[in-house]
Design a protein around this ligand. Structure first.
Ligand SMILES: *[C@@H]1O[C@H](CO)[C@@H](O)[C@H](O)[C@H]1NC(C)=O
Ligand SMILES: *[C@@H]1O[C@H](CO)[C@@H](O)[C@H](O)[C@H]1NC(C)=O
Length: 475
């Protein structure tokens, strides 16, 4: 089919949370659509641990990866530079490396897909005279909010968080002021200006790919396609091609953990994991340990050493922590929960665990990767957003989809105490409310599978995208 002709380069911004969805997209294009894929990875000198966290893919390699060497940005940032600004600066400084890498490739790509922090690479595609697409590895709702932000910027005076009314996005569910994404929290911070710039650059590509599917977000997708007020800012066609997730590795010897899971009753274990960059305060870890113990449910908990100042943005340093037995857990916790619980340091095989029939609940920070893996596994969630942009995910999962519960007060604002955690865990694992959520998430799981099957909405959308690309290449 396309195999000989199409060669897609996908550019990933720094950070494991950005690299995973890009690799997953590349894998999908290669394995299901016979496209040649090269992933260009922007690396950072401060995140060497990340490559170790990424398990080498077993079996034949389906995509090529090229690391773009890290750039030194220390002279361009200071202690107050926020994560989004840092990311954008890193990408900007890496552009010459991206250009020379593409120029030096023996087989040049004929399409560039850039992830949402790499839109500044679009002019490079133009220089090489190839089509350029944007990949937003999250939802249509986020795409709509971000694209519409330049309009909100004109409409609204003062900080978004101080508004008394929800922010209206044409045709979409309004966004509560307290749910706005991180860069919208402070309009005076440089990262807000970067965000506005990104929003405009979203519109410069030939199309927008999103890791969502028609049946999950019919309203937002309809608005992105047909609402004139939203279309006035969202110019390119949108392609919902998800939900794409990491493959489940069933090959190889079973780990001790999976062997233990094999022996547990159906849907009896709650999995607790805060993603690749998530850390909690010492006090919050203690309360979580007590809450899990009090709930008397079986659990697997990926524990990370506490952050010094509560839930900070440990994005760039994740994985650098010490190993060995965690000493920040309540005394005697490990021996008291020896039969019912597993504490795993740092990183666990999340897709394998979530998909195991014994797992019946997921306590998650609500990164979109994790949320989608969870939906595909058909288990309900406790939504525990750590950073601002995850709040929008948490709201969607709890209020719109009805497949998650969340703490009453944002965990970033106040420590969630053990009684509340116990109740949340029991709700998901034992109570009737949990049963209702379980039924809903199983329906979504089915719709996700259908979307990706031949003839399903996302499968067809990907075919349409590839056809559109081929049309462009003929000119
Ligand atoms: C577009 O959105 C606006 C504002 O929400 C709404 O009034 C209008 O009816 C929508 N148009 C369509 C075609 O849905
Ligand atoms: C979901 O969370 C991710 C962070 O993991 C964020 O990048 C994304 O914007 C969020 N999506 C929505 C719809 O809030």
């Amino acid at each position: 089919m396309y195999s000989q002709k199409l060669h897609v380069a996908i550019l990933s911004s720094p950070g494991l949370g950005h690299l995973i969805p890009v690799l997953v997209l590349g894998n999908r294009l290669a394995t299901h659509h016979a496209v040649k894929v090269t992933v260009l990875v922007l690396t950072t000198s401060t995140s060497p641990a990340e490559s170790q966290l990424l398990k080498p893919p077993s079996g034949p390699k389906v995509v090529d990866t090229i690391n773009i060497p890290p750039v030194d940005i220390s002279h361009l940032i200071d202690a107050n530079t926020r994560v989004v600004t840092q990311l954008c600066i890193m990408v900007r400084e890496s552009l010459p490396g991206v250009r020379s890498t593409i120029a030096g490739m023996k087989h040049r790509p004929n399409v560039l897909i850039a992830d949402l922090f790499c839109t500044e690479a679009f002019p490079i595609a133009t220089e090489f005279n190839i089509p350029k697409y944007l990949y937003i590895p999250t939802t249509a709702w986020f795409t709509a909010l971000t694209s519409y932000c330049p309009v909100l910027h004109e409409q609204i005076d003062g900080q978004y968080v101080d508004q008394s009314e929800p922010l209206q996005i044409p045709g979409c569910k309004p966004v509560r002021p307290e749910d706005v994404v991180d860069p919208m929290l402070d309009r005076n911070d440089p990262q807000y200006r970067e965000y506005l710039r990104q929003a405009m650059e979203f519109q410069l590509g030939d199309g927008i790919l999103m890791n969502t599917w028609e049946e999950l977000e019919p309203v937002s997708l309809e608005a992105l396609r047909r609402n004139e007020s939203l279309r006035a800012v969202v110019k390119p066609p949108v392609y919902p091609i998800g939900p794409l997730t990491r493959p489940i590795e069933l090959a190889g010897p079973k780990s001790e953990l999976i062997e233990w899971l094999d022996k547990q009753p159906h849907e009896s274990v709650i999995f607790v994991c805060f993603g690749s960059g998530g850390t909690l305060s010492a006090q919050q870890i203690t309360e979580l340990a007590w809450g899990l113990e009090l709930s008397q449910q079986r659990f697997i908990w990926v524990v990370r050493p506490p952050a010094e100042n509560g839930a900070d943005e440990s994005f760039f340093t994740s994985g650098s922590a010490s190993d060995g037995t965690p000493d920040y857990l309540p005394e005697g916790f490990l021996s008291r929960t020896k039969k019912t619980g597993w504490v795993v340091p740092l990183w666990a095989q999340q897709p394998e665990i979530l998909n195991h029939p014994s797992v019946g609940g997921f306590l998650s920070h609500c990164g979109w990767n994790s949320a989608v893996e969870c939906i595909k596994s058909g288990v309900p969630m406790i939504a525990w957003p750590l950073y601002a942009e995850q709040r929008l995910n948490a709201t969607m999962l709890t209020e719109e989809l009805g497949i998650a519960v969340r703490p009453e007060i944002l965990p970033a604002k106040k420590v969630v105490d053990r009684e509340e955690i116990e109740k949340l865990v029991r709700t998901v694992m034992e109570y009737k409310e949990g049963k209702v959520m379980r039924d809903k998430v199983k329906k979504l799981k089915n719709s996700a599978e259908n979307a990706l099957n031949k003839g399903g909405s996302s499968y067809d959308t990907m075919c349409n995208l590839l056809r559109d690309i081929q049309m462009r290449l003929r000119f």
